[in-house]
Design a protein around this ligand. Structure first.
Ligand code: UDP
Ligand code: MG
Length: 305
């Protein structure tokens, strides 16, 4: 769980997690709370809780690195777990769902997404979320379930796959879709934040949305080529149109007009195609730089299960 300035919710979070840990037998639980440079007593609260109950662990970042970085730190810390549940600390993701996630995992799903029946967000955030999922669903090469976010469970093999993804602009739901594996959904009702204010600013969310789009789609680059071809075609059509009119003596515009329009349109198109071609190379360079593995093995040879 990434935690940033959540001291108001932490006591309730501890109570509900402890109740869950005590009731779900047969498992060794650890709650890994990553303090993302909180400027309130969050870190101290977690440290006290970790002292009182060793099932709670604190991972402390040196400053605020943002949600995705904090999540990555938690995943790295819990790397050797059999399964990891990723969730927000503000109790919008109710811990009581976790046994259902675990049950789905025991039934063979390597990735379990907690999918919202309903969204608690309203207003501008809501519009933003809907807009993002609309665009992402159309553009992305790896569509994500529009009602699931970070909340979910990933099993051991998926965790290993995650650690083969070194890219820096991380969009968790997209990466989770990218690595594959048998996936199931568990439905839940998204709660209101238990206390405090949303810590993700709208600006951060927009940046996050752009990370998602650009990391999983080349379409924005490719659009340049398409536009270029279209404009160049228009130029060519205009050239033919005006030439024919000139020959038939219909055109009365001042001399040079035809040539100008044609040349401008055509050259504009050619330039856009040129940028598009550069974009194609750029897209490939981007793919190389991301250094995603070529494939992910479902089971490591000699591994468990
Ligand atoms: N969070 C974080 N670093 C940040 C901002 C948020 O670790 O810079 C944590 C926050 O404490 C919470 C989770 O990320 O546990 C989700 O944040 P928030 O509830 O503000 O986002 P929203 O629910 O609006 O997506
Ligand atoms: Mg929240």
């Amino acid at each position: 769980m990434p935690v940033f300035n959540e001291h108001a919710v932490l006591p309730e979070l501890f109570t509900r997690l402890t109740a869950l840990f005590n009731s779900a037998h047969g498992y060794t639980w650890r709650a890994v709370l990553v303090d993302d440079g909180s400027r309130d007593p969050s870190a101290a609260l977690i440290r006290a809780q970790a002292l009182a109950d060793p099932r709670f662990e604190l991972v402390e970042l040196s400053r605020n690195f943002g949600f995705q970085a904090a999540l990555a730190a938690g995943l790295a810390h819990a790397r050797h777990a059999d399964a990891i549940v990723t969730m927000d600390a503000d109790l919008q993701d109710p811990p009581e769902i976790i046994p259902e996630l675990v049950a789905a995992w025991r039934e063979g799903a390597e990735i379990v997404r907690a999918t919202r029946r309903s969204r608690a967000e309203t207003g501008l955030r809501r519009v933003g979320f809907d807009l993002f999922h609309g665009i992402f669903g159309r553009l992305s090469d790896f569509p994500i379930e529009s009602n699931s976010g970070t909340f979910g469970l990933i099993g051991h093999d998926a965790i290993e796959a995650f650690h083969q993804l070194p890219e820096r602009h991380r969009f968790f739901p997209g990466l989770r879709a990218w690595i594959g594996f048998p996936t199931t959904d568990v439905l839940y009702d998204r709660q209101e934040r238990a206390a405090g204010q949303p810590q993700q600013t709208l600006r951060r969310l927009v940046r996050y949305a752009l990370d998602g789009l650009f990391s999983f789609s080349h379409l924005p680059l490719r659009m340049l080529t398409y536009t270029g071809v279209f404009v160049a075609f228009m130029g060519f059509a205009a050239a033919v149109f005006y030439t024919v009119r000139r020959i038939l003596n219909i055109e009365t515009a001042p001399t040079g007009y035809t040539t100008l329009v044609t040349v401008v349109l055509f050259l504009g198109g050619v330039q856009l195609i040129g940028i598009g071609v550069i974009g194609e190379y750029l897209g490939r360079v981007y793919d190389e730089v991301k250094q995603r593995p070529l494939y992910v093995l479902k089971r490591r040879p000699g591994g468990p299960r």
